[in-house]
Write a protein of this length. Structure first.
Length: 425
């Protein structure tokens, strides 16, 4: 096996032990020569990386775990770079969640105005990582990005080119596992996954020789899963929505519910992270604690490390990733990034054709609109383009209103000024 330098950017994240555990369960397939743990939050990085070191030692390995805040050192000669960035950290997320509520808009870290500003903060940072990788990473190195909003960041990286990159989300794995369970995991199980990151639908489910989607659309469980208003809703949509579509289909309710909550999700995460970091400092802890599951990110390591495994060992297995759809989504432009099923091996990611390319026009229209928003967001974030930013918010179905778009943009722009220098150049 080839020895691999694995670089983790944002290693102070409390998710990191989950990622390290994924590699430690595949030592027979992936020979990691070193983990480089890079984060600008040095105290958190020391705490999390110390647990990673104990996990490696408990596995009986002597793999170096290098703790650093030096990005160039981290990327030099790296074979796989896993990015899990949160520019501005949780305080920035909390602002993303609270300020939009003042305008009767949903506050969320990946959708709406909040997700838009997380993209603006992250795009230049990820662009810089790609620039350095192009010069100094190992030939053929891969950037696997878990940072949100994953689809917008993948749109930028894919159009930029120059390095191998792919965007990941843990949600598709949970979606597939649930569908397999519902259909009793038949030998011919297959499905169509259509849309963008956090804007996706299951539009076909093959089990025992037929498409059982119509039956699934009638099940109360899936109606509850998608927060459907009535039994006819999913039939009108023409697919099973991912749970993030709740923000689109029930926007007013999401805003109302958020306004009466005592805390935002970001504030809840602050409390969970404080507890996790205390646990991580326990010198007797040598595995990821159960509390980590409450932080979210189920199947995180499975998504990331199984993708590395597929590339490194030429497994040609199927993964849902954010990449150039290469024409398999008939209603998206050539070169657009979609969240799409792909065969993954040593030659990269290759999108699979849809089982049924006849997609409901509702899905077509909503996806095209959000894709236009994503492209404008990339333009705004990379260039500090105020007009593109307002255009993006006007295009986003969760905003649309000109007064609200300008108000929330101007207020969040000031709130995040420290992280948005291109808008103030």
């Amino acid at each position: 096996m080839k020895k691999l330098k694995v670089a983790v950017i944002g290693s102070g994240s409390t998710y990191t032990p989950e990622l390290i555990n994924g590699f430690l369960t595949r030592t027979d397939r992936l020979d990691v020569s070193s983990f480089y743990m890079m984060d600008i939050d040095e105290p958190k990085n020391q705490i999390v990386s110390s647990l990673a070191k104990r996990m490696v030692k408990a596995k009986g390995l002597n793999t170096p775990v290098v703790v650093t805040s030096n990005l160039e050192e981290t990327l030099d000669g790296a074979d796989y770079v896993i990015a899990q960035l949160r520019v501005g950290r949780l305080p920035a997320r909390i602002l993303d969640e609270k300020i939009p509520l003042k305008y009767d808009l949903v506050g969320q870290e990946t959708t709406g105005a909040g997700g838009f500003f997380k993209a603006l903060r992250t795009l230049p940072v990820l662009e810089n990582i790609a620039n350095i990788m192009e010069k100094s990473a190992s030939p053929g190195a891969w950037l696997i990005n878990f940072s949100n909003p994953s689809g917008i960041l993948a749109e930028m990286l894919t159009k930029r080119g120059g390095i191998n990159s792919v965007g990941l989300c843990n949600a598709p794995i949970g979606f597939e596992k649930h569908l397999r369970s519902k259909t009793n995991n038949p030998a011919d199980f297959d499905y169509d996954y259509v849309g963008l990151n956090h804007l996706s639908w299951i539009t076909s489910v093959i089990a025992n020789g037929k498409d059982v989607l119509p039956e699934l659309l009638s099940e109360e469980e899936f109606m509850n899963y998608a927060s459907s208003p009535d039994k006819d809703f999913l039939k009108a949509v023409g697919g099973i929505p991912s749970y993030y579509l709740n923000y689109f289909y029930n926007h007013s309710k999401c805003v109302d519910d958020a306004k009466v909550r005592a805390t935002t999700r970001g504030e809840d995460c602050v409390a969970i992270e404080e507890d996790l970091l205390k646990l991580y400092q326990d010198e007797t802890l040598v595995e990821k604690p159960a509390l980590l599951d409450k932080r979210g990110g189920a199947f995180y390591s499975e998504a990331a490390v199984s993708l590395v495994d597929a590339i490194e060992n030429d497994l040609n297995t199927v993964h849902v990733v954010n990449t150039n759809h290469c024409g398999v989504i008939p209603f998206l432009a050539e070169g657009d990034v979609a969240e799409v099923k792909c065969v993954v091996g040593k030659n990269g990611v290759h999108p699979l054709p849809l089982i049924n390319p006849n997609i409901n026009q509702h899905i077509v229209g909503l996806t095209q609109g959000v894709k236009a928003y994503e492209k404008l967001t990339v333009q705004a974030g990379l260039n500090g383009d105020y007009n593109a930013a307002l255009g993006a918010l006007l295009t986003n179905p969760l905003i649309g209103d000109a007064r609200k778009a300008k108000g929330v943009f101007d207020e969040l722009l000031v709130a995040h000024r420290e992280y948005l220098p291109r808008f103030f150049a």
